[in-house]
Every structure is written in structure tokens, then in C-alpha cells.
Design a protein around this ligand. Structure first.
Ligand code: UDP
Ligand code: MG
Length: 312
């Protein structure tokens, strides 16, 4: 059967949101095309999410699900959806109704104007902590400064895209997924609509700060080598400063004879160079750990159960 439009919904402890989300998405998507699928990816939820999804699947044959063996993370959940979806157009949407499903209509309209990707850019976001909004804003701005790929500012994964893009994504071998960057990298005709991001309908965010930092580092290491160059630049600066200080030390010792046996200067210099070295090793380590994950090439996720027919 030919599927016109697939909606990919990653789920991590969203039991209170599944039913209202289903209602709203179903209504919008049925108006666009009868041949659609809603693909829920349950990313190791510990609540009743899976049960609710299975109930929906029993009632509605357009509901597909993939159940992971544990929590693999949001980007991986979306990746699994991209691997298994059949649609000609593919929508990615959060389950917590922060991304209003009704916007899909407007996005779809842009697609019919000949675009291959329409993403939704957040004009405002309510109901999120100051720290989250501030770090997100800074992150997108820093990233855009240090990468040559044009990654749109203030944009999540809420978007619609053509099958062509998904085919490109499936060919990209990296283990650390930073989909919004990868999609920009893919090219084609991309545009956006603006929206005001709603509050979470119910439940709590699944993105802990730990996950956010990992995600930010995946984005930076995947799309910029500038931090590695920083290590070199810092090395040059520190050696330059050290050279000047040693000239001064010689001057103080032999010319001005104005010196005290210096514990302070010694310890400061040692700590400073030690700090810079540790930062540089840390940066190299971030790249190295990703490199080794890509060499290991473990499967990105383990499926426990699914009603998606296997294509092979
Ligand atoms: N999510 C997921 N796995 C995770 C964390 C989140 O699949 O480990 C899903 C979550 O259910 C939601 C989407 O990813 O559909 C966005 O997560 P969340 O709303 O918690 O993030 P926030 O909007 O706070 O950044
Ligand atoms: Mg959310």
C-alpha cells in the first residue's frame, strides 16, 4: 500500500499525552490524506505509554509502533521512525503537544509549493525554565558561529520533509544523530514557518540536563572541528605568554636584581598550563569517544516489539 504521509512520534513517558495527541494529529492528518500512518516509537517508557499505543493500534490500523528494549534517546527514537516509515512525506513531531499538530496543514501547503523540507521555527516558547531557554538560545548561536553548515536557529525537529531527505539521512552512517544539522547538511529546498511553542500538555520533560549536554556536544562535534583547533590556538597562546614571562624572569634576576624566591608565580604557571592541557585533552576526548563509537558500530537501537511489517 502506498502511504502518502507518515507522522513520527517519539514517546518517553507520555501516558497523559498520547490520547489527546492522537486525536489532534489524526484529525489534521486525515484531512490531508487518507493514506497515512502514525508511527509511535516507544523509547523505553516506564509508564503506561506502550499499553495505550497498543490499544490505539488495535482500533486504528494506521497506527504503527516500535517498542525499544530500553531508553535510547530522542534522536535515536526519531531515527528508528525514519528507518521504518513508508510515507512520501514525513512529519516529525513531539508527543507532548508543544508542537501544535494543526501547523502540519500550513507546512504541507509549503511542500506543495515545491519545497523538500519545511521546519517550524520557534518565535516564542512558554512554560519552559529560563535556564533551558537561555542555554538553548546560546547553543544555537554558538553552533552557527563555529560550523559551516547552515543550521537554522531556534528550531527543533518539528518539520515535514520529502522522502528524498529521509533517503539521504538513512545513508548517513554516524552513530550520534543530530538530525536538524544532518537535514540542513543534506541541502535541497528548505524553508520554514514560524510558531509560538506551547507548554507541555502534561507530564515532565524527558530531556534532563545530562541528555541536553550530550545532545549539544553531538551537534558541535558532528558539525565543527573548531574546538580541536582551539586546543592548538590555546597551546600557542600559553607558550607565547610563558616565553614572555621567562624573559621577564631573566631580566628580574640579572638586571634589576629585584626578585623574591617566587612560589606564587610558579604555582600559578603550573596550574594554568595544567588547566589548559586538561581542557585540550578533554576536547580531544570528546571527539575520540565519538570516533570509537563509530568504529564499534553497534546497532543504534534494539527493537523489542513492533507491528511494522519488515520490508525485507
Ligand atoms: N523523548 C524520547 N526519549 C527521550 C526523551 C524524550 O523519545 O529520552 C521524546 C518525548 O517523549 C517527546 C520528545 O522526545 O515526544 C521531546 O522530549 P521532551 O518534550 O521531553 O523535551 P523538551 O521539549 O523538554 O525539550
Ligand atoms: Mg517537550
Amino acid at each position: 500500500m502506498k502511504v502518502e504521509i507518515s507522522v513520527i512520534i517519539p514517546i518517553y513517558n507520555e501516558e497523559k499525552n498520547i490520547s489527546p495527541l492522537y486525536e489532534r494529529v489524526k484529525k489534521v492528518i486525515s484531512n490531508i490524506s487518507d493514506s497515512h500512518e502514525l508511527l509511535f516509537v516507544n523509547d523505553g517508557s516506564m509508564d503506561n505509554s506502550l499499553k495505550l499505543i497498543k490499544e490505539l493500534a488495535r482500533m486504528d490500523s494506521s497506527v504503527k509502533f516500535i517498542n525499544f528494549s530500553r531508553n535510547f534517546g530522542h534522536q535515536i527514537a526519531v531515527t528508528a521512525g525514519l528507518d521504518k516509515c513508508l510515507g512520501n512525506h514525513i512529519v516529525i513531531i513531539d508527543a507532548d503537544l508543544q508542537d501544535p499538530p494543526e501547523l502540519i496543514v500550513e507546512m504541507q501547503k509549503k511542500m506543495s509549493e515545491g519545497y523538500e523540507v519545511v521546519y517550524a521555527r520557534r518565535r516564542t516558547r512558554v512554560g519552559e525554565s529560563f535556564l533551558k531557554k537561555f542555554t538553548a538560545k546560546m547553543f544555537y548561536r554558538i553552533l552557527s558561529k563555529i560550523t559551516s553548515v547552515k543550521i537554522p536557529l531556534d528550531t527543533g525537529d518539528f518539520r515535514i520533509m520529502d522522502r528524498k531527505i529521509v533517503d539521504v539521512l538513512k545513508e548517513m552512517p554516524e552513530q550520534q544523530k543530530f538530525l536538524r544539522g544532518q537535514i540542513s547538511w543534506a541541502g535541497f529546498r528548505q524553508t520554514y514557518i514560524e510558531y509560538d511553542r506551547d507548554q507541555r500538555n502534561a507530564g515532565e520533560t524527558g530531556y534532563t540536563y545530562k541528555k541536553m549536554i550530550r545532545f549539544a556536544l553531538d551537534g558541535i562535534t558532528g558539525f565543527s572541528n573548531l574546538p580541536l583547533k582551539f586546543a592548538t590556538i590555546a597551546g600557542f597562546i600559553v607558550s607565547g605568554v610563558t616565553f614572555l614571562v621567562s624573559l621577564y624572569a631573566l631580566y628580574a634576576r640579572f638586571v634589576s636584581k629585584d626578585f623574591v624566591p617566587g612560589w606564587t608565580s610558579l604555582i600559578l604557571a603550573v596550574l594554568f598550563i595544567g588547566g589548559v592541557q586538561l581542557i585540550c585533552i578533554g576536547i580531544i576526548g570528546e571527539y575520540m569517544s565519538r570516533l570509537s563509537a563509530n568504529v564499534r558500530k553497534r546497532p543504534l537501537y534494539i527493537v523489542d516489539e513492533s507491528n511494522v511489517a519488515s520490508k525485507d
